[in-house]
Design a binder for this molecule. Structure first.
Ligand code: NAD
Length: 388
């Protein structure tokens, strides 16, 4: 009889909802090696967490994360809180013998990330950072193509992650705009994903050269009652506070295999909602991925006869083991979406917990990611290239 893993999830808003859905769906669509119980959801507001418990399908609610990480009933701690709380929660969870799934960026800074890695290694628990974009079938297929040598020698990794939710200067000063809570701005929030995909698809960064910009330096303070912050009503009296993170972070870099990197992250690109675009060029071909068309991968094969060369448009929905993950969902051509990436993440994590095996991206990947983030920041501050 398969064992049961009981999950404690901390944080119940954006990622809390995405992860709750994943914990519920993973056992229904994937052959998991354990039963999963949505045991406890945790948030600081008693009424809010009770409502989330009822809506998202958890058995119990808690208002103090310590209660969750110390509970002998919990096997897995899933961290969906702002970045400043990742380290204390993950370290305490590991010390209590829990497997840990943690949202990105792993920590506020490299030092914290290293402490988290040391804690999970010492406790010998399974650890994973939720870089869910790795488990988009088209991205996993891109990795397969590259590892099989379909692109030949790699030349370029070009990636852009653009959003527009900060383009309105009235958008309030939420936790993502405060360095002490978030660590950095667009850099740690969305460049972290591009760095992870670069490391997954291309190689390790060796040196970087970056630039940061904060275009809007003061923003209205959020209202106490503002549970779901949007732009502040125009004309309303407003107190403002200083934005202490970057609005945009760009960098170029080199990989250990000689390829060049070109990354851009911004939250001030009007019209761009969650625009992730990646192109990789090599000696034999190219790959192109656009998150807004996430079921597709474009592949240029330089070996095609010259008269019919061009980017192929691969619909990555073929079941029967042809394309990664999608065989667990629908029939060929029946598309999947954002939420499925979290289901794939959770499914792989659960099986790793049962087998006691590492599952990528581990906290070690989180540390390497943080090392790149920090090198870019140093480069931007000192205005020069920095070794990673
Ligand atoms: N993988 C992704 O693509 C992705 C997308 C968005 C956010 N994230 C990451 O997920 C994390 C959470 O982001 P979000 O957008 O869900 O934030 P959010 O503001 O929507 O939700 C944060 C939640 O954490 C709770 N919380 C805060 N401090 C807490 C504490 N001390 N104890 C218990 N609960 C606490 C809040 O009450 C809220 O429920 C961040 O690290 C963020 O970078 C990842």
């Amino acid at each position: 009889m398969a064992r049961t893993l009981r999950v404690g999830l901390i944080g119940y808003r954006f990622m809390g909802r995405a992860h709750s859905n994943a914990w519920r769906q993973a056992p229904r669509f994937f052959p998991l090696k354990a039963h999963v119980e949505l045991h406890t959801i945790c948030g600081r507001d008693a009424a809010g967490v009770q409502a989330a418990r009822a809506q998202l399908g958890w058995q119990h609610a808690a208002t103090d994360w310590r209660e969750v990480v110390e509970s002998p009933l919990i096997d897995i701690v899933d961290i969906c809180t702002p970045n400043d709380s990742h380290a204390p929660i993950a370290i305490a969870a590991a010390q209590n013998g829990k497997h840990v799934l943690c949202e990105k960026p792993l920590a506020l800074n490299l030092k914290q990330a290293e402490q988290m890695l040391a804690a999970v290694q010492k406790a010998r628990v399974v650890h994973m950072v939720c870089h869910n974009y790795r488990r988009i079938p088209a991205v996993a297929l891109a990795r397969k193509f590259i590892s099989e040598g379909a692109l030949g020698r790699l030349y370029h990794y070009r990636a852009r992650y653009a959003q527009d939710w900060l383009a309105d200067p009235e958008f309030p000063l939420t936790w993502r705009l405060r360095r002490e809570v978030s660590g950095s701005g667009a850099h740690g929030d969305i460049n972290a994903h591009l760095i992870d995909l670069a490391r997954y698809l291309v190689g390790e960064f060796t040196e970087v050269c970056g630039q940061f910009q904060t275009f809007i330096t003061e923003r209205p303070l959020p209202q106490e009652s503002d549970k779901n912050p949007g732009p502040v009503a125009r004309g309303a009296p407003r107190k403002t506070g200083k934005v202490t993170v970057d609005d945009a972070a760009l960098f170029i870099g080199r990989f250990d295999n000689g390829a060049l990197a070109n990354l851009e992250a911004t939250r001030l690109a009007p019209g761009r909602k969650n625009h992730i675009e990646i192109e990789i060029n090599g000696s034999k071909g190219s790959l192109y991925f656009d998150f807004e068309d996430m079921n597709r991968l474009k592949f240029f094969n330089g070996d095609d006869p010259k008269d019919r060369q061009g980017f192929r448009d691969i619909l990555v929905t073929q079941p029967g083991g042809v394309h990664p993950y999608v065989g667990q969902w629908w029939r060929s051509g029946h598309l999947i979406g954002y939420e499925h990436t979290f289901v794939h993440t959770v499914a792989d994590f659960v099986n790793a917990c049962v087998e006691g095996k590492p599952v990528h991206p581990t906290f070690e990947d989180g540390v390497k990611n943080q090392r790149v983030l920090e090198a870019v920041e140093t480069s931007a501050t000192r205005n020069r290239w920095v070794k990673v």
